[in-house]
Design a protein around this ligand. Structure first.
Ligand SMILES: [Cu+2]
Length: 159
């Protein structure tokens, strides 16, 4: 259900932007937050960004209901994978830039309990051409689906 809502909002953003350009439309889709299973550890965020009619730069991603969010990039240095803060990301005209595991990604600290409960986090992607694209990222609780052992230990009664 929440996935459909998220796609719906991304669709609206695309329609608004389409009215002032033609052909390629700058849009943000498939935005997910992999919620850290460890309290205090950052969660990670991923997205697919499609370039519009001209080159733009993604300058910031913000969300009201988080403590902090940063753009990062995982790069290889001397055979070691390291994370670096990413100041901005070029989104070439008509191109596709993916924020994905092992590459560009979002690091998110302190996702609000309300967003976690509803399963979506409202985010705004801000670009150098002043486009602000609002999306509802789907929050995924990693480990919840593939660790039946820890699920079995979970008790519903207050003990
Ligand atoms: Cu990172």
């Amino acid at each position: 259900m929440t996935k459909y809502i998220s796609i719906f909002f991304a669709g609206i953003a695309a329609v608004f932007l389409a009215s002032c350009g033609q052909g390629d439309v700058l849009l943000v889709k498939d935005v997910v937050v992999n919620l850290s299973p460890v309290e205090g550890n950052p969660s990670s965020g991923y997205a697919t960004i499609k370039g519009g009619p001209t080159d733009v730069t993604l300058v910031s991603v913000t969300a009201d209901d988080v403590m902090r969010m940063e753009m990062h990039e995982t790069v290889e240095e001397d055979g070691m994978a390291k994370m670096k803060t990413l100041k901005n990301a070029l989104i070439p005209a008509g191109g596709t830039v993916k924020f994905k595991p092992g590459g560009k990604h979002l690091m998110i600290w302190g996702v609000g309990g309300g967003s976690v409960a509803q399963g979506t986090l409202k985010m705004i992607f801000i670009f150098s051409n002043d486009d602000r694209i609002e999306v509802n990222a789907v929050i995924r609780k990693i480990g919840a689906a593939d660790s039946p052992d820890s699920d079995a230990k979970k008790t519903d009664s207050a003990e």
